[in-house]
Design a protein around this ligand. Structure first.
Ligand code: 6PG
Length: 638
């Protein structure tokens, strides 16, 4: 079965078939063959005795080439230089599906070729032979014609651009919800697109072809279930966006692609891959001279369709060529600039997306806690809570997550609120936990984010929680629904927690940037997050500005933020103490309070920890009254 394309350069002697063919083969990273090397011995004898070949002599030669073409096309394809002057010779060579043969006629005037041949050193040139070749040449209707009156590099470029005219500008693999939405977004931005989806009996049947049919009115789209044909349909250097589930599926796709790709092609992994896996994959692909962009994409299905926030990391060279597709389909910031920009090397794009999700987890949990106390401590109805959230949105606390939570609260099922029908067990795909692991590895705090992961985990042990609630029968207290002070305090606590959570997330990015020498630009990252993504918010707009000339300063240290925190922090402590006392668990609000109180304490309790470590393990400690270079051990058990 054909897999690779065979490019056949034909034309009279002296038209440059070998020179151009070799260059083309090098660029396409496929083998080059000269048809003259495949003559049977009898033909070689005849020619060396000075006799010209007739069509009967040519038959076994053409037949042999036809067989070789079958073989080459089952591999990576090839470039063949072959005079193939007559149509009937070319008919013999058509041994494979015509889709897999590209005919390229190198065309020049008699005088041009005669002059070039005459100028060749050590080359015996018979003018009559060229005359007869011109008489024999039957130009084909098929394939492309290249005028050779230019230098060889220009000829090669023209061939490539003419071959590319029917090819798609980029390819996309994986037509799940996100893949389809991104594909539609690419089409609406007028890119020509090839899509590939695997065939899985009974589950994923003709997905790509059906999608091609559905979208054929939206632009130029080609659907494939054969990977080689998909790859062949792409302009070179190729850009291929992979939208399959993170983990093993990404490796399977990459492994299948590598033998089919050429140098300088670029694979973009647009899933939520782990940043370390991204680094491994790019190292693997570097060996094949294939570029890799580990790219975080945020915004869910709607974002992918209308404009997501995009965080590409990896080869900057690849970004220069393939980044334009990503920038075109991304959301726009308030100035109209794309919410996609090169993040940094290696796995930095996926790292930044992972932290985005970590911040997302904590913001979601914060909203959950806020809703919960408003509902069950302050006795508000879902509609009243949605109204409170609307007021907060107008008070500079607007965010996508606050907006959707308000909408969720208004959703009814008959007379009931849908929220009351949803089981209180949170799912997760792991990115919040990955952020927590990264913080542990880098040795920095991630209080709000790690607590939000743990909150999802504890929500998961529903049956144990039900049993424990029966066993302990703890009472929760509540207040009158008219209490406005509580709601005012809660708004301030909410605001303070958002700031602390964002500070924590950006600190993780900063630490990774220092550790891995990524030189990440925090303001740029915040800008990309101002639209299209799940954590877009008024606060993010502010952070973008605040970090502009303060890449090395921590968010909580910036004067504007200090002012905000000073006017909100006491409400945060107040809410946490009231809530805990009333019997409500507030993991993220408490984590934010604890983080902030420790962060702003010159004297922490860790002197006791150091003393304990030294007591039982002689781990030594530093002293407040000596140089920090000195370490002390006390004989505690005297
Ligand atoms: C986004 C989201 C998206 C996805 C998360 C949710 O930015 O568009 O973060 O990537 O919804 O993976 O993850 P959980 O299933 O772990 O909540």
């Amino acid at each position: 079965m054909s897999k690779g394309i065979v490019y056949i350069l034909y034309g009279v002697s002296g038209s440059g078939k070998t020179t151009i063919g070799k260059k083309l083969a090098k660029d396409f990273d496929i083998p080059f063959f000269d048809a003259d090397d495949f003559h049977p011995e009898s033909n070689i004898q005849k020619m060396s005795n000075g006799f010209p070949l007739d069509d009967t002599d040519r038959e076994p030669w053409l037949q042999r080439l036809a067989n070789e073409i079958i073989d080459w096309s089952t591999k990576k394809g090839a470039v063949l230089a072959c005079s193939a002057l007559k149509q009937k010779y070319r008919e013999t060579l058509k041994s494979i599906d015509p889709e897999y043969i590209e005919w390229i006629l190198l065309d020049g005037s008699f005088d041009l070729i005669a002059n070039r041949m005459g100028a060749r050193k050590n080359h015996f040139f018979k003018k009559e032979m060229l005359v007869s070749q011109f008489e024999t040449l039957e130009k084909s209707e098929e394939g492309i014609v290249i005028d050779i009156d230019k230098n060889s590099d220009e000829i090669v470029n023209e061939i490539k651009s003419k071959l590319n005219t029917n090819k798609s500008q980029l390819g996309l693999i994986g037509l799940g919800v996100m893949g389809k939405s991104l594909a539609i977004n690419l089409l609406s931005n007028k890119f020509t697109l090839s899509v590939y989806n695997r065939q899985v009996k009974g589950k994923e049947v003709d997905v790509a072809r059906k999608f091609e049919e559905e979208q054929s009115n939206n632009g130029r789209i080609l659907g494939f279930d054969d990977l080689q044909s998909f790859v062949n349909s792409l302009e070179q250097p190729r850009t291929i966006v992979v939208m399959v589930n993170a983990g093993k599926p990404v490796d399977l796709v990459i492994d299948a692609l590598v033998p089919l790709l050429s140098k300088e092609d670029c694979i973009i992994d647009g899933g939520n891959s782990h940043y370390k896996a991204t680094l491994e994959r790019s190292n693997k692909l570097i060996k094949h001279e294939i570029h890799f962009l580990g790219t975080g994409i945020s915004g869910g299905e709607e974002g992918a369709l209308k404009g997501p926030s995009i965080m590409p990391g990896g080869s900057e060279e690849a970004y220069d060529t393939s980044g334009l597709f990503l920038e075109a389909i991304a959301a726009r910031d308030k100035n109209g600039d794309s919410c996609c920009a090169y993040i940094g090397p290696e796995g930095s794009g996926h790292f930044v997306k992972m932290v985005h999700n970590g911040i997302e987890y904590a913001e979601m949990q914060l909203l959950a806690e806020t809703y919960h106390v408003l509902r069950f401590y302050a006795n508000k109805t879902p509609v009243q809570i949605a109204d409170i959230f609307s007021i907060w949105r107008n008070n500079g606390l607007d965010s996508y997550l606050l907006e959707i939570t308000s909408r969720i609260l208004l959703e009814k099922e008959g007379d009931d609120f849908l929220i009351d029908k949803i089981l209180d067990k949170a799912g997760q795909k792991g990115t919040g936990g990955w952020s927590t692991n990264a913080a542990l590895e880098l040795g920095i705090p991630l209080s709000t984010i790690s607590e939000s992961v743990m909150a999802r985990n504890i929500s998961g042990i529903k049956s144990q929680r039900v049993e424990a609630s029966e066993r302990y029968q703890l009472k929760k207290s509540s207040i009158s629904s008219d209490d406005t002070v509580f709601v005012e305090n809660l708004e301030k606590a909410f605001k303070a927690t958002c700031v602390i959570n964002h500070h924590i997330g950006f600190e993780l990015i900063k630490e990774a940037s220092n550790e891995y020498n990524w030189e990440l630009n925090l303001s740029k990252i915040a800008r990309i997050w101002t639209n299209g993504c799940i954590i877009r918010s008024d606060l993010m707009e502010q952070i973008w500005e605040l970090f502009l000339n303060n890449n090395d300063t921590s968010l909580l240290m910036l004067p504007d933020i200090v002012t905000i925190m000073k006017s909100n922090i006491s409400s945060l402590s107040e809410i946490v103490s009231i809530g805990l006392k009333a019997g409500f668990s507030l993991p993220v609000l408490s984590a934010a309070t604890n983080y902030f109180l420790t962060y702003t304490s010159a004297q922490s309790s860790a002197n006791i920890i150091q003393a304990q470590r030294d007591y039982f393990g002689a781990h030594t400690y530093q002293r407040v009254d000596t140089s920090l270079d000195e370490y002390f051990h006390t004989n505690w058990k005297h």
